[in-house]
Design a protein around this ligand. Structure first.
Ligand SMILES: CC(C)(COP(=O)(O)OP(=O)(O)OC[C@H]1O[C@@H](n2cnc3c(N)ncnc32)[C@H](O)[C@@H]1OP(=O)(O)O)[C@@H](O)C(=O)NCCC(=O)NCCS
Length: 318
């Protein structure tokens, strides 16, 4: 039977609560399986200072059997927004409109809970990208926009990149573990940002370290003692570390000066931690860094992954 002659499915959607049928666990990413306990949780439990979120899940059943799952989260204190985390239909029921119907039902379900705007972020370069983009389009979500470049590779590969170890820190520069930043330094930095606005707002370190950071490889950069930059990283799990935020004062010729600090950060990860992979995320609007990833790094990695995250939103109407 081809998909055109498939009969319509008699499907039932149901808001899920604990305990759920264990088959639903296989319908979302491993990192989100703890959401199916329906307790207020943190997205990454190993990052204790991240905000608590409330999981919301809608399951689809055909003759009592679970066949699809939509999973979302609502952040504590931000109940008019929700983020879709995953959408999954078992292969036997795909291409019959189920994914779209489930996403639409999830929108209505969230709207009844008071959510006004839903957003979603997904990674390109994965199987199923065409299907998910088509489903978003059919369900009336906004045209996906590139948010970030993501490069993933082993630390061993990173150490073979041509820039690794090639440039030394120039005279006057020094690095220190970000965990050693004093409160006085931090207050002085905030004050200088308030007065002169020299840091790109999305790279302000307090937006990235407030919820915890990887202590060995997150580094501050000083020039003649003055704090001029930072690399702030996060553990995603016990194997993978994410280079989340890196910044150096604009007038210092950014990339040239920060590359040796990347080397130092990767070296410390390799020598003093058990991490084996690194993910670099770069907001696409930071052209210098995006080019560094696209031109100086990605082409030279044989077993790496390069993708974009794309974001999409939908205003929910009651
Ligand atoms: C994405 C997913 C949920 C869609 O479920 P579904 O029930 O097949 O969705 P629908 O039937 O409503 O719509 C699928 C659309 O994608 C299209 N599509 C599917 N595979 C495609 C492909 N490889 N290339 C282009 N279009 C494709 C279908 O033709 C259909 O569009 P149409 O109605 O215009 O023909 C399902 O494929 C899935 O579970 N994939 C694995 C998990 C995943 O990738 N989830 C998304 C990220 S969390």
């Amino acid at each position: 039977m081809n998909e055109l002659t498939r009969p319509p499915i008699d499907v039932r959607f149901e808001g899920l609560s604990a305990p759920v049928d264990s088959r639903f666990a296989g319908m979302t990413f491993p990192a989100y399986r703890h959401f199916l306990d329906f307790e207020p949780v943190r997205r990454h439990p190993q990052a204790p200072n991240t905000p608590l979120v409330m999981p919301v899940a809608l399951g689809a059943f055909v003759t009592g059997e679970p066949v699809a799952l939509a999973l979302a989260e609502i952040r504590e204190g931000q109940t008019s927004n929700a983020e879709m985390l995953s959408l999954f239909v078992v292969p036997a029921y795909r291409r019959r409109g189920l994914g779209t119907a489930l996403l639409n039902s999830m929108g209505a379900f969230l709207s009844r809970m008071g959510v006004e705007k839903a957003m979603g972020v997904y990674m390109t370069g994965q199987p199923g990208q065409e299907a998910v983009e088509r489903v978003l389009e059919k369900a009336g979500w906004s045209k996906p926009e590139i948010r970030q470049l993501t490069l993933r590779c082993t630390l061993e590969e990173a150490r073979r990149l041509d820039w690794y170890g090639k440039y030394a820190l120039e005279e006057g520069y020094s690095v220190f573990p970000w965990k050693d930043l004093t409160e006085t330094d931090r207050e002085a930095l905030k004050e200088s940002q308030r007065v002169t606005g020299w840091i790109k707002p999305d790279l302000e370190p307090w937006k990235h370290d407030a919820e915890g950071f990887e202590p060995v490889s997150s580094l501050g950069i000083r020039l003649h003692g003055e704090l001029v930059g930072w690399i702030i990283n996060h553990a995603l799990d016990e194997r993978v570390v994410r280079f989340t935020c890196s910044f150096i004062r604009r007038d210092l010729g950014r990339r040239g000066k920060i590359v040796p600090v990347y080397t130092e950060s990767i070296r410390r990860l390799s020598e003093s931690t058990g991490f084996v992979e690194a993910t670099f995320t770069v907001p696409i609007r930071h052209r210098g860094m995006s080019n560094f990833v696209l031109r100086r790094s990605a082409p030279f990695l044989s077993f790496s992954f390069l993708g974009e995250t794309r974001g999409t939103t939908k205003i929910l109407t009651r």
